[in-house]
Ligand binder design. Structure first.
Ligand code: TNX
Length: 520
């Protein structure tokens, strides 16, 4: 006992000396070696360091009202792990110390980019828009030690490496989809998904709101959709739906993180839940049975009944009214029991209904069979031929190749969750591709961006969702943000490995792929 006591006492002398030395001479830092995902466009280190303390003030430029909410989110986020309640100030002159958020005229970083300059005294974040500031704040968070992700106070120091970052995205559409139809996910779970997207600078959340197994959004003019159509899900559990108020709450939460919600009503196929709710939507006038299996391609709206289009008009109108974003997704995939000669005019007519409610239509790649207007967007998921048809019609593409970007594909044959109809998607497979080189004839100028869909036939709860999404999601975010010539797997896997610590601290249920050199 006594010896131990002595040991500790003597050991503490060099520790104290070291601590004293570090007060006067901080360890040099190297901003270029920080594990930032997505990798920024340019980073220069100066070896200095900024220390965040309880006295750090977050200053917001006077008049930049759109930044106030971001400052609040930032101080809240930093507050959990540091235990600091950082003060927010509005200033009319650039402060010489602390964290400073400001809007500036920075043509080189565009709508969503930012410039971050860190030195001993100050962290200066500037952008053209609030959106750019929000993206920059995500970088700032990643520059702090991993324990910043904790929800309980941790010991500092909270050092941010010095230097400058200039950063902006390659693609303007960087999204992920969540299928809430096969299994329903509560508002809190969707917010959690939004938080994951936001941390990696994604800017679109596509909600697959309806399918054969469930109708998940309240439509006031057609109340049976949720009374009947929402009552079950894959496997026969009780399902659920969002009221319009709850949907608006999701939209608002996403908007606070500069993420735009894209609602999808899948049609004319994948509509069994609606066909079970209203007999008149069926050609034979008979309501279908509710469906809780996982087969696809057996249902269709009756494309030559007028009531079908009245129904669609009501649905699009009600959803458009509570969707501030520019897009409405009309589905259009796997309509195997709709005749081609019925499918094409259906798509063209629904495209017009969407436009009449001032939204831009998006549809899965099959919609390119129809004549599309040049604003409509096609979402490539499997058919190269359809992608080419889009390019030929001057229609832009969102790239979601199933064999690379489907978050519901199993990692390997042992994965406990997911499907494998498009192949196994290990973490390197998910990362190692370039949207502009994937299909012959589809080049950079045809592409609006990328999206990683999470279909939920096998995904029942938040833990399942996390397991398939992490660690692949950061890779899709990087494909969307970082220019292809600055990306490579060997560099990425090291950065991803260090994000594993962040996942652990947040108790996220990620797949610990053997291909990633995870660190403690
Ligand atoms: C195909 S991709 C579908 C979905 C399934 C998914 C499962 C697409 C447009 N349709 O209905 O959920 O495969 O991976």
């Amino acid at each position: 006992m006594r010896n131990n006591f002595l040991d500790i006492k003597w050991l503490s002398v060099p520790v104290v000396l070291l601590a004293l030395a570090s007060c006067t001479q901080p360890e040099p830092t190297d901003l270029t070696r920080e594990a930032i995902i997505p990798k920024p466009v340019s980073v220069a280190a100066d070896g200095s360091a900024f220390e965040l303390t309880g006295k750090t003030v977050v200053s917001v430029q006077q008049g930049a009202d759109s930044l106030a909410g971001i400052a609040v989110l930032l101080t809240e986020q930093l507050g959990f792990a540091t235990g600091f309640s950082l003060k927010i100030d509005t200033v009319d002159e650039e402060p010489s110390r602390g964290i400073y958020l400001s809007l500036a005229n920075l043509p080189e970083v565009g709508q969503e980019g930012y410039k971050l300059a860190v030195d001993k005294k100050r962290v200066k974040l500037a952008a053209n828009t609030a959106e750019g500031i929000f993206r920059g704040v995500q970088t700032l968070r990643q520059l702090l030690p991993a324990k910043i992700e904790s929800d309980a106070p941790q010991a500092g120091p909270w050092i941010i490496p010095g230097g400058t970052i200039t950063d902006y995205p390659e693609y303007s559409y960087r999204g992920a989809m969540l299928d809430v139809a096969r299994h329903f996910f509560k508002v809190e779970d969707v917010k959690h998904y939004i938080d994951l997207l936001a941390a990696y600078k994604m800017n679109f959340l596509h909600l697959h709101l309806t399918d054969d197994q469930g109708w998940r959004i309240e439509i006031k003019s057609w109340p049976e959709l949720t009374k009947i159509g929402a009552s079950t899900e894959v496997g026969g559990e009780s399902g659920g739906f969002y009221t319009q108020e709850q949907y608006s709450e999701i939209v608002k939460y996403a908007a606070g993180r500069f993420i735009t919600v894209v609602p999808e009503i899948d049609m004319p196929g994948h509509t069994n839940a609606a066909l079970a709710s209203y007999a008149e939507l069926n050609c034979d006038g008979k309501a279908r049975e509710l469906y809780t299996g996982t087969e696809v391609g057996f249902s269709t709206f009756c494309t030559d009944k007028e009531i079908t289009y009245q129904f669609i008009d009501d649905v699009v109108r009600e959803i458009a009214a509570i969707t501030p974003g520019p897009y409405f997704h009309m589905g259009g995939d796997e309509s195997h029991v709709t005749k081609k000669e019925d499918y094409i005019p259906f798509v063209e007519r629904v495209q017009e209904i969407v436009a009449s409610h001032n939204k831009i239509a998006i549809g899965w790649d099959e919609i390119t069979l129809g004549k599309l207007n040049s604003k409509t967007i096609a979402q490539y998921w499997s058919s190269a031929e359809n992608a080419k048809a889009a390019a030929a019609q001057n229609v832009k593409l969102i790239m979601s190749p199933a064999k690379k970007a489907y978050l519901d594909m199993q990692y390997d044959s042992l994965s406990p969750l997911g499907l494998h109809w498009a192949g196994y998607v290990e973490v390197d497979t998910g990362y190692n591709w370039d949207p502009a080189l994937l299909e012959e004839g589809i080049t950079r100028e045809h592409i609006l961006g990328i999206e990683a869909p999470l279909w939920t036939e096998t995904v029942k709860n938040r833990a399942d969702l996390e397991y398939l999404v992490l660690p692949r999601l950061p890779g899709y975010a990087e494909i969307g943000w970082t220019p292809a010539n600055q990306r490579n797997w060997d560099d990425y896997k090291i950065r991803l490995a260090s994000h594993g610590q962040r996942f652990k601290i947040q108790n996220l249920n990620f797949y610990p792929s053997k291909l990633v050199p995870w660190t403690e």
